[in-house]
Design a protein around this ligand. Structure first.
Ligand code: TXA
Ligand code: MG
Length: 314
């Protein structure tokens, strides 16, 4: 049961109905510029419990609270100057900030996995913004995949993963970025918890050096080793496919049909990554071989997802 009957146009009526579904404690499939999310009222523990259940996610993995603006974010979290600077530069957009939770907490304990911190992000996608404004409170929205699977970057993939649990689904077209947001913790020294669509260099240009995520794994408890994984085993750094393998190429001359970017452009590769992993997986290969991707700029986030898809800790 794919749930295609739940797809809504994205006019004002559909946005109002989706906001009403959130108020009623129901789940909504929501497009963002990074990946599709499965959304719930972040203040409603029953709704958040249904979210974890729909994803099959360990309940110790905290969720991102999505908000419409910096003003709304400041009601949820304690901002310092560094946080305001990053939000000013990258919001609305694909950057998540982990900050001390503001009391009384607007994001329920379950959504924060009991932590005294909260992750906040103001997404840029116009449909996400419209829903967040119509709803008026923080919205918990993990990627709409089942736990451990590749994030959906198109509505059809989101419906396939978690559509059965959603009361409504908003169609925002294919995701422009295609990789999840960058997660930065600003608790003591700034730390990169998850490389993502905003690069390390872009963040360091604003607030100086970022400490490593690995040294601080406790703060991003959801970062399981095998994550973003298709059904077929993934082999990295492959120059060519072996018999039976599907091949994800990168750059000019790589054999089709799955070339992440014929031009060798990391932005294009990021946008294609999850959709091509899914498409390659759907051919039923013995494995998925992936060409080497340069570890610069967005390549850091792409390689992080690929290492997790292959079952290595990033
Ligand atoms: O691009 C995105 O961020 C997408 C779209 C839908 O917005 N959402 C997303 O959510 O990727 P999710 O739940 O799949 O990933 C959230 C990440 C996890 O790695 C989680 O551990 C981390 O953020 N996180 C959330 N709250 C945290 C906290 N209080 N402390 C540390 N890490 C946190
Ligand atoms: Mg996810």
């Amino acid at each position: 049961m794919s749930g295609t009957d739940k797809v809504q146009e994205t006019g004002a009526g559909a946005i109002a109905r989706a906001a009403a579904a959130l108020r009623a404690g129901d789940l909504v499939i929501l497009p963002t510029e990074t990946v599709y999310g499965l959304a719930a009222d972040a203040a409603n523990p029953q709704a958040v419990a249904r979210l974890y259940e729909a994803k099959g996610r360990p309940s110790f993995n905290p969720l991102i609270a999505h908000v419409a603006s910096l003003e709304a974010a400041e009601e949820v979290a304690e901002f310092d100057e560094r946080a305001r600077r990053l939000a000013g530069r990258f919001w609305p957009g694909p950057l998540t900030l982990v900050l001390p939770v503001r009391r009384p907490a607007r994001v329920c304990d379950l959504a924060r996995a009991g932590l005294d911190t909260v992750a906040v992000r103001a997404p840029a996608h116009p449909v996400a913004r419209a829903l967040l404004e119509a709803f008026g409170g923080p919205v918990a929205a993990p990627s709409a995949n089942r736990s451990g699977r590749p994030s959906p970057t198109a509505l059809e993939a989101a419906l396939e993963e978690t559509g059965a649990a959603a009361a409504a689904a908003l169609d925002g077209g294919p995701c422009r970025v295609g990789l999840e947001s960058t997660v930065v913790a600003l608790l003591d020294e700034p730390r990169l918890l998850r490389p993502g669509a905003v690069t390390r260099a872009e963040i360091e240009a604003e607030i100086g050096p970022l400490a490593e995520a690995e040294a601080d794994a406790k703060r991003s408890p959801g970062r399981l080793a095998r994550h973003y994984a298709p059904n077929a085993p993934v082999r990295l750094g492959a120059e060519a496919p072996r018999p039976g393998e599907a091949f994800l190429g990168f750059g000019p001359g790589a054999p089709g049909p799955f070339n992440l970017s014929p031009a060798g452009d990391l932005r294009e590769a990021a946008a294609n990554l999850f959709a091509m992993l899914r498409a390659a997986d759907a051919t039923g290969p013995s494995g998925i071989a992936v060409a080497p991707i340069p570890e610069e700029g967005l390549g850091e986030a792409i390689n992080d997802r690929l290492r997790r898809a292959a079952g290595f800790v990033g």
